[in-house]
Ligand binder design. Structure first.
Ligand SMILES: NC(=O)c1ccc[n+]([C@@H]2O[C@H](COP(=O)([O-])OP(=O)(O)OC[C@H]3O[C@@H](n4cnc5c(N)ncnc54)[C@H](OP(=O)(O)O)[C@@H]3O)[C@@H](O)[C@H]2O)c1
Length: 272
């Protein structure tokens, strides 16, 4: 019997590329997104079913999970991919954007995981693959503290759940990508710069410039990340944590080899 993967955030980027890859490689796919009415590509696949799902909406999560289980019978892997970035100085951030950052990137996976636990326990197994970032294990850019907070939270959640879910044969995996081409991440981000406070301008400008150039600088393609996810889902790799990409691996090795004070000074020197 074909295996089934449930994916959040399949309207673009990594989520959509993963949905297509799994659909083309013998899996059934429960593809979830906030606006299914706009989807034209994934609707072409017979083995893909699309469900409306905003990860911050608990009743929508419960409905989508129940419907997918009803349609496919068994879900083998859940890819918690949906995410977005709130960037800019903490002092300038709107209250609702602070809450939203946590709601989407940390509370969202919590909502999805909780909805799947009864199913996975009754199946005596399952796998959650949580899409983190190199910003979940390293602090790498100025004015990224809220995004860092959300992905560090996802990392802590995933490590903590490892122990809790081991007795039920439920596997947890984390991927930390360093960014890739082929997604809408930069377009979807919230960036706080409009303010009378000019003190943060040098850092804001440096970060804006970095994001403007990000797609020309990145060597990784979204498919490189999809292949890592496929290796995990197919159990060709059993790594708990996979760091993907040159920049992420470079920062990780700095983080692991330098005393924290030296790491922080090194990274801050890269931008201003
Ligand atoms: N691109 C990078 O540089 C980078 C680096 C490290 C980690 N990541 C992580 O990789 C994951 C995928 O991002 P991406 O690069 O593929 O960017 P992307 O193209 O912007 O994809 C993000 C997806 O998440 C969805 N989403 C956002 N808020 C949602 C919500 N409340 N409920 C459900 N879905 C929601 C978006 O849907 P809508 O179309 O409805 O907004 C979109 O489908 C994210 O978790 C991101 O944090 C990205």
């Amino acid at each position: 019997m074909n295996k089934t993967i449930f994916i959040t955030g399949t309207s673009s980027g990594l989520g959509k590329a993963s949905a297509k890859y799994f659909a083309e490689n013998g899996w059934n796919v429960a593809a979830t997104m906030r606006s299914p009415e706009k989807e034209t590509e994934l609707t072409q696949y017979q083995n893909v079913k699309i469900y409306k799902l905003d990860v911050t909406n608990i009743s929508q999560v419960k409905t989508a999970v129940a419907d997918a289980i009803k349609d496919f019978g068994k879900i083998d892997v859940v890819l918690n991919n949906a995410g977005m970035g709130v960037y800019g100085a903490l002092e300038l951030a709107k209250e609702e954007d602070i809450d939203w950052q946590f709601a989407v990137n940390a509370r969202g996976p919590i909502n999805v995981i909780r909805a799947f636990l009864p199913h996975f326990r009754s199946n005596n197994g399952g796998m959650f693959i949580n899409v983190s970032s190199f910003m979940g294990i390293t602090t790498a850019v100025p004015l990224g503290s809220l995004y860092n907070m959300s992905k560090f939270a996802l990392e802590g959640l995933t490590e903590g759940l490892y122990y809790e879910l081991k007795p039920f044969n439920i596997d947890l995996r984390l991927i930390e990508q360093g960014g890739s081409s082929g997604n809408n991440f930069v377009n979807n981000m919230v960036f706080h710069t409009d303010s009378d406070i000019k003190a943060y301008d040098p850092q804001s400008n440096a970060l804006k410039q970095m994001f403007e150039n990000v797609h020309t600088q990145l060597k990784e393609d979204t498919m490189d990340i999809v292949c890592v996810i496929a290796d995990l889902a197919e159990r060709r790799s059993n790594k708990f944590r996979t760091v993907i990409g040159e920049s992420g691996n470079h920062l990780m090795s700095l983080r692991q080899s330098l005393p924290i004070e030296e790491y922080l000074e090194t990274v801050s020197g890269m931008f201003v």
